[in-house]
Design a protein around this ligand. Structure first.
Ligand code: PA5
Length: 456
């Protein structure tokens, strides 16, 4: 491990460091299951069924997005990314993490309306000029209703603005199948691929994240390089040498042995708020499952919770400190802050702050919170980034993707499907009157009709 590497410090998740319950013997006992799980993940990747593992080597897509970004006219000042879930959260986290806190006035702005709530999309479209806007529509399946509805709204907005769709709309979708692929091919839209063997929530290192990142002018080659370096570390079969293995094993063991199903992701950096939200979706949708691999009902899965330091010290940390001992907190620390701002020295009640820096204050608060939690037997681990740049972010994304895949193995579930969201989708299609979903419409009516009345 070089000085430049991401480090996972887990002393405060272990019994000898903090009295938090997990012994070395318990961790060691999980090593064989970890090794079996990792070997299975590696075999799936090798067999071409788990595409995310190979993405750091994908120079073809990288070159395509870079070429597109460099050719895009300077007249385009705004990018609107249409997509939801895995088609939105990763790119959004990336753009937020690598962008300056306040973008210079001439920088391209990247917008992620994400939800289909018209409050945001409508407001956004009213503020933008269609002639200066590029819409990037992202859907792996091509059928996601929220994204399809937004796409139709934006297409109409372009038509009303008198701009040519081909110059203002690009698609990122499956290379071969789905409605968005057909639309892009039929209309000759510029398009990029999400490899068929990469699921939405594991797609940030495909054009889903690379294109918005390149359009914003960030170092996407560095992102993949950092992810590749982390991928190599996450392929190690010795548990204590594998950062993703350690992250996965700690979470699963604290859940299974110590009743801690709540997994908090708490970066001490505003730039990583989006990362915490990305993690929540990755962890929840991958690990919350009714059936295990043997089709037995297990209804398992942790509950991920986003938090940000120091903001949440004045919100959720009271609960983390004194509420149920059912949480494992992951802090993310920047060893080199993104910015510094000296706190001026002034006589009077705040004199003790003088000579410090705002970044230093943030870091002291993180350390103090971790120790305070540990003092009451509440475990945490800390992911240290040497700095927050594109390679480190690539490593950070890959670390949690690999940890998710390994945790899926340790929970004994399939981390790559999401059957639980299908019923809700079917019922919504029924309400929309979509052809072929007539049964679902009657099902909704019947369910709502027979519900007992409890109203106030
Ligand atoms: O991770 C996933 O698979 C999901 O969250 C999807 O990304 C989300 O449902 C959007 O799907 P799609 O990209 O097909 O529009």
């Amino acid at each position: 491990m070089t000085d430049d590497a991401i480090r996972v410090d887990y002393a405060l998740a272990m019994d000898d460091g903090s009295g938090c319950g997990l012994t070395n013997a318990q961790l060691e006992a999980e090593a064989p299951a970890f090794e079996r799980g990792l070997r299975r993940v590696l075999a799936e990747a090798e067999g071409g069924r788990l595409g995310f593992w190979g993405l750091p080597d994908d120079t073809i897509d990288l070159e395509k997005v870079q070429a597109f970004a460099s050719e895009l006219s300077d007249a385009v000042t705004d990018i609107v990314v249409l997509g939801i879930g895995g088609s939105s959260l990763g790119g959004r986290a990336l753009v937020e993490a690598l962008g300056p806190a306040v973008a210079p006035p001439d920088a391209r702005r990247i917008h992620y309306p994400d939800n289909s709530d018209p409050w945001r999309l409508d407001g956004l479209l009213r503020a933008l000029d269609p002639k200066a806007t590029l819409a990037v529509v992202i859907s792996k399946s091509g059928g996601t209703v929220e994204t399809a509805a937004q796409l139709l709204v934006v297409r109409q907005w372009f038509r009303d603005g008198g701009v040519a769709m081909k110059d203002h709309l690009v698609a990122i979708t499956d290379p071969e199948s789905g409605l968005l692929r057909s639309l892009a091919d039929t209309e000759g839209l510029r398009s990029f691929d999400i490899p068929s063997n990469v699921g939405g929530r594991f797609s940030v290192l495909t054009p889903v994240g690379l294109l918005p990142g390149a359009l914003a002018g960030f170092d996407m080659a560095g992102l993949l390089k950092g992810a590749g370096a982390m991928r190599d570390r996450c392929a190690r079969t010795v548990l204590k040498e594998n950062p993703a293995g350690i992250v996965a094993a700690l979470h699963v063991l604290h859940h299974r042995l110590h009743g801690r199903p709540i997994h908090v992701m708490m970066p001490y950096s505003d730039a990583l708020r989006g990362y915490a939200n990305w993690f929540v979706q990755l962890w929840a949708e991958s690990l919350g499952k009714r059936l295990d691999r043997q089709e037995r009902v297990v209804e398992t899965g942790p509950t991920p919770l986003p938090a940000v330091g120091a903001t949440d010290q004045h919100a959720q940390v009271q609960l983390f400190m004194e509420g149920p001992k059912d949480k494992l907190v992951t802090f993310v620390a920047l060893d080199q802050p993104l910015a510094k701002r000296a706190i001026p020295t002034e006589e009077g009640p705040y004199a003790y702050l003088g000579g410090h820096d705002l970044a230093e204050l943030l870091d002291y608060e993180r350390r103090a919170t971790a120790l305070a939690l540990a003092g009451d037997g509440r475990p945490s681990l800390t992911i240290h980034l040497p700095r927050l740049d594109a390679p480190a972010l690539g490593g950070l994304f890959f670390l949690m993707e690999a940890a998710t895949a390994i945790a899926g193995e340790l929970y004994g579930i399939d981390a790559f499907d999401q059957p639980g969201v299908e019923l809700g989708k079917r019922l919504a299609y029924g309400l929309l009157g979509r052809k072929g979903y007539e049964d679902a419409a009657s099902e909704v009516q019947e369910l709502e009709r027979t519900l007992p009345r409890h109203r106030v």
